[in-house]
Design a protein around this ligand. Structure first.
Ligand code: PLP
Length: 845
């Protein structure tokens, strides 16, 4: 066991409060200040002169100039938090889908205008330089983007918070299309370095893995298990500062990179095994190499489990180190720290905290358990069975033998004490609720471990939370009344309106004043303006300009010409059968057939735009991508339909692409099978930017409907009760197929070789899944209702004035979906956290 350092108590107030000699670092918030900073970094950080500097050199210098100004506040924030020995929330997430950092940073730190001006004076364009930044794409989709929005809101609301995760060398793969098929390329996003990172070797942590547990006894004869013969790997932290909007608070995201624990294994080295020694080192470092690209499905791979434990162990050690600087009695630990587990990916936290408290700190089990349960909270993100994490017991035992024992002990006490007390003698209930699922092999149910080991559990939209209580965790809800709460997701209006749709932001500010970007309910003040022709005119002009800009991008990226006068109908999200991109595709085929059979078929021209990555191992998702691309190629080159219909599949969907697509969208496709999408957040981004939703009563769509009103949204299809009833009554997709001649033609069409003449049967799996496969996502069932809803969309769009009125009312009424509201609720109802003021400029607050 490592020898403990004597507890250091510091009067940190005196330490940070004593003025040091001050130097005149030039971090002035002026055009001149930024400009001289850029030139300074060009010369002294990059060793370049202005004559030979490339665009990238200018870009990196500008990042550093902006970063310097954020760091002033960062240091002040850390000082204030330390001085006040604050309570913090620790957000543990395996994913952070941050996107580009520059634009958000300049907006949040109030540097947009002066940075733009400083660059203009250097004959450079901020917009052009921004294009050089790679997305920080360390996440798959909604879950990772939620974590990023939460960090923005935590800083903006001035809550002391640290995000923890992994510093992947390769984030979400880059997607290309070759012969209509998805191909994956590695995302080497740090090839030219990341100007926002601060490496902190002094906080390196050591993580142990594998080995075995020896049962020893302490001097009093008590069992004292010892985890030995472990393999060690180091975690090196990189901090990414997170600037709040219009406030002094700058929090940080701490991401761990795996490093081998020794530079050389000297024994191997001495035997002449130089290469082998270095190879071992490389193996340890694979832990943080790459993000697993599965969204809403588990991988079950050993490396993934190692990643999870690696980042959990580094983070918990770091949390305890920070706590120990100013505190010593373990009773104060839950007063100073609260941990949020983003899904079950960091669920090992429960066992790791118990191991540290019991094995290393010598606490009694019961006391350790009380502390653990008080500190941890768990967010559930899905009901999909394939996404619920379970680890095989033999694999878990191999990687984390001591943690397995601890989980078995947690389970024994849970079943014998809590379950037995509530349902005496009910062995069926014990088997049902056990953290260990019987079978060959046994499996650990990580969601159950998270529920049992947490103080609070939350779902991510009202409907999702109800289903959690009713279907996934009904017994836990009975056992722990009040433990399961709802926290409807949100999005940050800074990135998703202010920075990505600046013209709309300016119009809003000009109309209702500023302040809305950090108090989104203020948008309600736009409602009366929806009645004013002049305002509608301006709103429509901005949407049109955004569509023109997108049309340019589509031309340059895809070589497809689209008209900004057409309806831009957008479905962007991960490719998943439950999200039903193939329902959208069937409707496109429906329109295509109509146009072929009647060239005068009356429809407003429409462009269907897709963006979606499929998990590399998800065959059906890849087939759907191929189908959309194949249909697009046919339709876009068919002279007969007079350009009324276009289909665009933009490759490499990511945050940056979302930022250009959403401001230009007229229609937002949110068409998942009811009961399958936990919340969705794309739906919120679109509504905020004045796109009208066509959607099912699923996830947060239900709450969007409540806010915008049923005149301003296009709802269709089965609701969740009807879905359940249909399955209970026995659903046969062939009934829909045989009873609807049009639908039958479309399904047969896609199953034919019409769209893939060179690849016979390539699209057959789609047809098979819809028919013999039982149509698990009820595509055929909802088809007719979807077509009807799309006809309502078409009709509504022709009344441009009324459409614009509806769009304005969407923007005006979705203030609820600010992640500020979400974070405020977490802080009040789960974290019991209070904001801490930090000076913006060094003056007293
Ligand atoms: C918002 C967002 C998502 C989540 O979209 P949903 O439609 O809610 O699934 C996924 N990926 C990116 C890049 C996003 O910005």
């Amino acid at each position: 066991m490592p020898t403990k350092k004597p507890a250091q108590k510091k009067a940190s107030k005196a330490k940070t409060g004593t003025p040091k000699p001050s130097f005149n670092f030039n971090t002035h918030m002026t055009v001149e200040g930024i400009k001289s900073s850029i030139l300074n970094h060009l010369k002294f950080t990059l060793a370049r002169d202005t004559g030979t500097a490339t665009q990238r050199d200018w870009w990196i210098s500008t990042c550093h100039a902006v970063h310097d100004r954020i760091l002033e506040r960062f240091i002040r924030t850390m000082g204030e938090h330390n001085d006040q020995n604050v309570r913090r929330v620790y957000y543990l997430s395996l994913e952070y889908l941050m996107g580009r950092m520059m634009r958000n940073n300049v907006w949040n730190a109030g540097l947009y205008d002066i940075t733009k001006q400083a660059l203009a004076e250097l004959d450079l364009s901020l917009e052009e330089l921004e294009e050089l930044e790679e997305d920080m794409g360390l996440g798959n989709g909604g879950l990772g983007r939620l974590a990023a929005c939460f960090l923005d809101s935590l800083a903006t609301l001035e809550y002391p918070a640290v995000g923890y995760g992994i510093y992947y060398e390769f984030g979400m793969f880059r997607q290309k299309f070759e012969n209509n098929e998805q191909v994956e390329r590695p995302d080497s996003w740090r090839k030219f370095g990341c100007p926002w990172e601060i490496v902190r070797p002094e906080y390196t942590k050591t993580v142990r893995l594998y080995g075995r547990v020896e049962m020893r006894f302490d001097s009093l004869g008590n069992p004292a298990p010892v985890w030995s013969d472990t393999v060690e790997v180091n975690g090196l932290p990189y901090d990414i500062p997170i600037s709040g909007y219009n406030v002094g608070t700058v929090n940080f995201l701490r991401l761990w990179e795996a490093r081998s624990s020794q530079d050389f294994d000297f024994d191997v080295f001495n035997e002449g095994g130089y290469i082998e020694a270095v190879q071992d080192k490389a193996e340890a470092e694979t832990i943080s190499k790459v993000l697993y690209p599965n969204d809403n499905s588990e991988s079950g791979k050993e490396l993934r489990l190692v990643q999870q434990y690696f980042f959990v162990s580094c983070s918990i050690q770091d949390i305890i180190r920070r706590w120990r600087k100013l505190n010593s009695d373990w009773d104060s630990f839950p007063e100073k720290a609260t941990i949020q587990l983003n899904d079950t990916h960091p669920a090992i936290t429960v066992a790791e905290l118990m191991r540290i408290l019991v094995d290393e700190e010598g606490l009694e089990w019961d006391r350790a358990w009380d502390i653990t349960r008080e500190v941890c909270n768990y967010t559930n993100h899905t009901l999909l069975p394939e996404a619920l994490e379970r680890w095989s017991v033999p694999l878990f035992e191999k990687v984390l033998p001591r943690h397995l024992q601890i989980i078995f002990e947690i389970n024994r006490r849970f079943l014998e004490d809590e379950v037995e007390a509530k349902w005496p003698g009910d062995d069926g209930m014990k088997e049902k609720l056990s953290l260990v699922e019987e079978g060959n092999p046994q499996m650990l149910r990580m969601a159950y471990l998270s529920v049992v080991g947490s103080g609070y559990v939350n779902g991510v939209a009202a409907m999702h939370t109800e289903l959690l209580k009713k279907d996934l965790f009904p017994e836990f809800n009975a056992l722990y009344p009040g433990k399961i709460q709802n926290k409807t997701n949100g999005i940050t209006p800074r990135r998703w309106l202010l920075a990505s749709n600046p013209d709309l932001g300016a119009l809003i500010t000009e109309t209702i004043g500023d302040g809305w970007a950090s108090d989104l309910d203020k948008l309600r003040a736009l409602e009366p303006h929806a009645k004013k022709a002049k305002f509608r005119e301006k709103f429509r002009a901005i949407k049109h300009a955004n569509k023109v800009a997108l049309a340019k991008l589509v031309w340059s990226e895809c070589g497809i010409e689209i008209s900004p006068d057409a309806i831009f109908d957008v479905q962007i999200k991960r490719l998943h059968e439950y999200k039903r991109q193939h329902l959208n595709l069937l409707h496109i085929l429906h329109l295509y057939r109509k146009l072929l059979q009647d060239p005068n078929f009356d429809m407003h021209p429409r462009v269907f735009i897709f963006g979606a990555k499929a998990a590399p191992g998800y065959a059906m998702a890849k087939t759907i991508i191929r189908a959309i691309n194949a249909v697009a190629a046919k339709i876009n080159n068919d002279e007969r339909i007079g350009g009324k219909l276009k289909v665009v599949f933009m490759p490499n969907y990511r945050v940056t692409l979302a930022e250009s697509l959403i401001p230009a969208a007229d229609v937002s496709e949110q068409i998942s099978t009811a009961g399958k999408e936990a919340s969705g957040t794309g739906n919120m981004k679109f509504a905020l930017n004045g796109a009208l939703t066509i959607g099912t009563l699923d996830g947060a769509n239900v709450e969007i409907l409540e806010e915008v009103g049923d005149d301003n949204i296009f709802i269709f299809g089965l609701n969740v009760d009807e879905v359940q009833a249909l399955w209970n009554g026995g659903y046969n997709p062939y009934d829909r197929y045989f009873n609807d001649e049009n639908l039958r033609a479309i399904v047969d069409w896609i199953g034919s070789n019409f769209f893939t003449p060179d690849h016979p049967d390539a699209l057959v799996p789609i047809k098979d899944s819809l028919l013999d496969g039982g149509d698990p996502y009820l595509v055929l069932e909802d088809f007719a209702a979807y077509v009807e809803a799309q006809e309502r969309v078409d009709k509504a769009y022709r009344d441009q004035d009324n459409w614009t009125r509806m769009a304005i009312l969407n923007t005006a009424r979705v203030g609820k979906f600010s992640s500020d509201r979400t974070i405020h609720q977490y802080a009040e109802e789960i974290w019991k956290l209070t904001p801490v003021k930090v000076s913006m400029n060094g003056d007293p607050v």
